[in-house]
Design a protein around this ligand. Structure first.
Ligand code: 16G
Ligand code: MG
Length: 549
């Protein structure tokens, strides 16, 4: 076995004993890091502290560690590592993370040594880790375990304490770009975003527009704390009313973006009048959905697809005015409503691409465009500008003599500074949406009316082993088990404007089923029939799916 002479093995072992792994517990670094009940995670936190040090040494950069379980129940927790430019951890390191988290106590050292060897980690290199956490009661102690891991391997750290997930991504990026991306403080984040927002909205707010009210359900999470801090930086014309602000109520319980999206109804704890514009954040403020109630009391959801459509049509207009042949593209997943894809492709004439579920896949694809807009229907998304596009836009904003063109470039420059390009960010997305609505003078109903969502239904099916389902074509078709796709194809044929797909969840032990059709009744029927096919062909357990709507 190889030894890394400079790793303080005694220190690792000593601390490791204080953060013992429960026997037999196996966890996976999934689409969003490790996630499970908070009381099973102490050893994982400690070990992710160790791993972050190795990753920092290898990349010679600051690495982030975020303690959160996002939209999961308050009793859960989780952890994810953030790579140098604020991106998700590289896939090969996800594997190391899984290996290290699952190693039995006596093998921890060997696994660390193996990772150092495989990744040629230079032990002499300094390591710097920055740490953040959400508002869960368990988060403070768990982030202390991360710190124990970092210090056991001689790494330095800065604990930012309570921050949103996207803020930590921002901070990592700032640290590794010599603060070119922004000042590496939470205040720096507020300053950068609010300045861009003020500049972008200057013309609309100064034209005597009355105050624009927005009601925000903060999921009783970190978003509330951070919005309260940020409010002082924002113009008074944007009046934010916070609900579920964490002073009472349980995190994510009957509220938050995930609840609103999946139940398609108002969160608890918010009071709204007809046609008032509202939005919900999730527990770590990296997702946002909008909604309103009409005068008949009907609830209308404006999900990630509609946010992407609003943003991309605004950007496309500006890009046309700038006229530099900068290409815009939209990236979605199979969950994107069929109407949104059709609208983007056929009416807006914007190329649309579909990737597998999970931010890292969308992010990766969006990097192929000059301007890549990516959003999941669940409200996670952002806009990426290529270096070339950014340079060009900043140059035009400064030097262009054609007034109209320069103004468009300046607005694009404001968008570049306003949008968090490291990851989807509820706060930054909200400010961009609010700016666009103000500039365009659009009401929430007018925005909603861009296109009509096809009725849809999502269901879960319990199976003995969800990995028996294998998919292709960005999860839109099942290749295993044999016969399942044919069964789905036959069912889809029975309904108009219909579509359905199944995929194993990356975060829960279930198979997810999605169906869309011309009416809610048909979408419900199709989803149920497809669930039954999964149950029969993929080893369903427990109760057989049946129509319950
Ligand atoms: C995670 C992903 C999210 C995805 C969701 C799907 C990140 C940061 N988050 O929350 O993008 O939509 O998983 O969950 O990548 P599922 O696999 O259980 O359907
Ligand atoms: Mg989240």
């Amino acid at each position: 076995m190889l030894h890394s002479p400079d790793m303080d093995l005694d220190a690792i072992t000593k601390f490791s004993g204080l953060h013992a792994k429960p026997d037999g517990l196996i966890l996976q670094y999934g689409t969003a890091g490790f996630r499970t009940k908070a009381n099973c995670l102490d050893h994982v936190m400690y070990r992710m502290g160790l791993l972050a040090v190795l990753r920092s040494k290898q990349t010679k950069s600051t690495i982030g560690v975020m303690v959160t379980a996002s939209h999961n129940p308050e009793e859960d927790n989780g952890v994810k590592l953030i790579d140098p430019l604020g991106e998700m951890l590289a896939p090969s390191w996800e594997e190391h993370a899984t290996c290290l988290a699952n190693a039995e106590e006596q093998n921890v050292q060997a696994v660390l040594t193996e990772i150092c060897h495989r990744e040629t980690v230079n032990q002499q290199q300094k390591a710097m880790i920055i740490i953040g956490r959400d508002t869960r009661p368990s988060s403070e102690k768990l982030s202390q375990s991360v710190i124990d891991g970092v210090t056991a391997l001689g790494g330095q750290y800065h604990d930012y304490g309570l921050v949103t997930t996207p803020q930590l991504h921002y901070l990592v990026c700032c640290q590794n770009t010599n603060e070119q991306y922004g000042k590496a403080t939470v205040e720096g984040y507020y300053q950068k975003l609010s300045k861009a927002f003020v500049d972008l909205t200057k013309q609309s707010f100064s034209s005597g527009d009355e105050s624009r009210a927005l009601k925000i359900d903060c999921a009783s999470g970190i978003g509330a704390l951070k919005l309260k801090e940020m409010e002082h930086y924002l113009p008074r014309e944007l009046s934010l009313h916070l609900f579920n602000d964490g002073t009472k109520g349980k995190l994510n319980h009957l509220c938050g973006a995930d609840f609103v999206k999946s139940h398609q109804k108002l969160p608890l704890g918010i009071e709204i009048k007809p046609n008032e514009r509202c939005c919900s954040f999730d527990g770590d403020a990296d997702r946002i959905v909008y909604y309103y109630n009409d005068t008949d009391g009907h609830f209308h959801l404006i999900d990630g697809d509609k946010i992407a459509t609003l943003i991309s049509s605004f950007l496309k207009e500006l890009l046309l005015e700038v006229g530099e042949n900068l290409k815009i593209g939209v990236v979605q997943t199979a969950y994107a409503n069929g109407s949104s894809t059709q609208y983007l492709e056929e009416i807006m004439k914007v190329p649309v691409h579909c990737t597998k579920t999970g931010v890292k896949h969308l992010h990766h694809k969006a990097q192929e465009f000059d301007v890549g807009v990516y959003f999941e229907a669940n409200g996670h998304g952002t806009v990426l500008f290529s270096k070339t596009a950014e340079t060009k836009i900043r140059q035009l904003a400064k030097e262009e003599t054609d007034e109209k063109k320069r103004k468009a470039a300046m607005m694009l420059e404001n968008v570049i500074d306003l949008i968090n390009q490291t990851v989807g960010d509820a706060i930054s997305d909200m400010l961009l949406v609010e700016a666009i609505l103000a500039l365009k003078g659009l009401s929430v109903q007018q925005w909603d009316a861009i296109y009509t969502d096809l009725p849809n239904r999502q269901l879960k099916v319990m199976v003995a082993d969800r990995q028996v389902i294998d998919t292709t074509d960005a999860e839109r078709r099942a290749v295993r088990p044999i016969g399942l796709q044919e069964a789905i194809d036959d069912l889809v044929k029975k309904y108009r404007s219909s579509r359905a797909f199944v995929r194993p969840s990356g975060t829960e032990d279930v198979v997810r089923v999605y169906a869309e059709a011309d009416s809610q009744e048909n979408a419900d029927k199709l989803a149920t029939e497809v669930s039954l096919a999964v149950f029969q062909l993929a080893g369903g357990v427990g109760e057989r799916p049946n129509l319950v709507f």
